[in-house]
Design a protein around this ligand. Structure first.
Ligand code: GLV
Length: 309
């Protein structure tokens, strides 16, 4: 059985090793040198050139190599009848939880303020809110956002989550639907965005959203650069309404060297490293779904094209 591997960023070797260990019957074929495109029935893809998959006429199902599937949804020529799935990789999820906690605790424990005080050799304890007094808002409470929300709740933070359709997570105040977006933001001191990027969430972190956050709020984006309207974020930081932003994702990626985010004193940029898919934990899911497909069982983590997640 042949699995087409298409990625503009991943190296195939670790995936090949992971597949060889658990499914020696599945051979990985590295795009773009595919001698017999008609022999390809399955594909695992990450940020591939749009339109590329349509030459594989016998393709039956596609797996994203990451949690996000915006690269597939953004491919206008992706064959309409082919189902596709995302990965919910435990290693990826725990990396996202770690990054979110790091950003939150850095803000919550006033790291930026103490670094500034240290630069001027000032020994000055600041009044410190407890976790119960710090309101965390997680935009997107699916597999990843839910885990982030729970990790914050365990530390005693006052946690709320927003999602398009109603979801409940123990210890987390749930907001859902467009009408609760601004009320959710109004009670959020540290906003963590893990939304899927869809036409309805594109540019959702705009001037209106930033104005709805309380003065002095922090923004952490670990979803996609497309969620943020960059000039609105810069304006909200420059006028002092927002205190700081942590951006692991940008538009475009890599962020061009002259982009104002790089040198802005109230912005931390990291190069989309919050978390990475681990072939060792992710390959079993791709294999499981291929086996499910072959035996006619329902696919796991199948993406609903209309919802975009
Ligand atoms: C990473 O950004 C992913 O979607 O897996």
């Amino acid at each position: 059985m042949k699995l087409l591997f298409v990625s503009s960023t991943d190296r195939i070797e670790p995936w090949r090793q992971a597949f060889a260990r658990i499914a020696p019957d599945i051979e990985l074929v590295a795009w773009p040198d595919v001698p017999d495109p008609d022999a390809i029935e399955f594909a695992a893809v990450w940020k591939y050139p749009p339109g590329e998959l349509k030459r594989f006429r016998n393709l039956k199902f596609v797996s994203s190599l990451g949690a996000g599937i915006d690269h597939i949804l953004g491919d206008a020529e992706f064959p309409a009848d082919i189902p596709f799935v995302r990965l919910i990789d435990p290693t990826l999820t725990s990396g996202m939880v770690e990054y979110a906690l790091w950003a939150t605790l850095r803000y919550h424990r006033q790291t930026l303020e103490y670094e500034a005080l240290q630069r001027s050799a000032q020994w000055r304890p600041l009044p410190a809110p407890t976790t119960a007094e710090r309101r965390i808002g997680i935009a997107g409470i699916g597999a990843i956002g839910g885990a982030i929300a729970q990790a914050h709740a365990r530390l005693g933070f006052d946690v709320a989550g927003w999602s398009r359709s109603a979801r409940t997570i123990e210890g987390v105040r749930a907001f859902s639907g467009a009408e609760s977006w601004l009320p959710f933001l109004a009670r959020t001191d540290i906003l963590i965005c893990v939304l899927p990027l869809t036409p309805s969430t594109h540019g959702i972190l705009d001037g209106r959203a930033f104005a709805a956050l309380p003065k002095g709020a922090y923004v952490v984006n670990i979803a996609r650069g497309g969620h943020v309207v960059d000039r609105d974020l810069l304006a909200a930081l420059d006028c002092g309404h927002l205190a700081h932003a942590t951006l692991d994702v940008t538009t475009p990626e890599p962020l061009p060297p002259d982009h104002p985010f790089w040198r802005h004193p109230q912005v931390t940029v990291t190069p989309h490293i919050a978390s990475l898919t681990d072939p060792r934990t992710a390959a079993p899911q791709v294999v499981d779904n291929i086996r499910r497909f072959i035996s006619g069982r329902p696919l796991l983590n199948r993406v609903d094209r209309a919802n975009g997640y």
